[in-house]
Design a protein around this ligand. Sequence first.
Ligand SMILES: [Zn+2]
Ligand SMILES: [Zn+2]
Ligand SMILES: [Zn+2]
Length: 335
Amino acid sequence: MSELRKDPVSRRWVIFSPDRAHRPVDVKPKAEENMQEDIKNCPFCEGKEKTSGAEILAYDKVLGRKPNTPGWWVRVLENKYPALESRETLEKTAEGIYDWMNDLGRHEIIVETPNHFIQLPELTEEEIEKVLLSFKERYYNIKNNPHIEYILIFKNYGKEAGASLQHSHSQLIATPVVPNRIKEEIKNSHEYYTFRDRCIFCDIVTQELSSKKRIIEENQDFVSFVFYAGRFPYETWILPKEHASNFEDTSIEKIRSLSEILKKTLSKIQKALNDTPYNLVFHTLPVKMKDKEYYHWHIEIMPKTTRVAGFEWGSGFYINPILPEDAAKILNSME
Ligand SMILES: [Zn+2]
Ligand SMILES: [Zn+2]
Ligand SMILES: [Zn+2]
């Protein structure tokens, strides 16, 4: 059982989840003997369907497949050690100046492939497309819950990025409050819109496409580039070229080109940085907001080549040792 507490100074909610301390961990260096050991214990491998969390959704490879059996492309599971739980009632209370909430939400795992040895960028574009479609489908389903305010889809790859299992997977956490990072992006992009009458993200896309200094990949619908003021070395963003505020409304055709650019961008990063751990997050509008002219959904990819240390924690400033223009050159030499 978890709970949410609000920091009255920063106004940030913190999820306290003592049960998650007991979840299994298998992320070790990629030695052959470790791999064999991992597969034995991996709950996400094909054939282990009964040992994983309950299946919520699957895209079947085999016609007439029954839930929790082999023969799938992508499987969405209940997290066995959820940070937040499916509950009917949202409880809110205060203890003096402190605000408190129960742990209503969702925590799901998207197993991206039945194969233990393949990571996301190594999947085919068609396979990645299925992963992205499962995000969309779960998003639409969960947003019907009136207590849910935000759905964050993210991926932790590698131990330093927070992954506890090696088998390629993403996660979805739905929260009863809008996270501060999102609130901040919405507030700032709204202010920019009020002042300039344009979407700040559209302006960023236009400028990146014309300067070409930081572009990593581009196709008909999307562009990826090393972010001008990235907090981390090689911090890369992917944005739709045409204004769109809600990821879940992305058409099938665009999901196809998103899978292409995601594969190519991640492949360059993984090649250049020697399979480094990374975090990837989807930033989209909160579920109860729709079609805003000032907000533009995007993906942020943050390779973990440096550690966040005292100065960063203490100040909110980041020290990035590589200029984004140089990082882009290095990534683009990885064809
Ligand atoms: Zn596995
Ligand atoms: Zn825009
Ligand atoms: Zn963002």
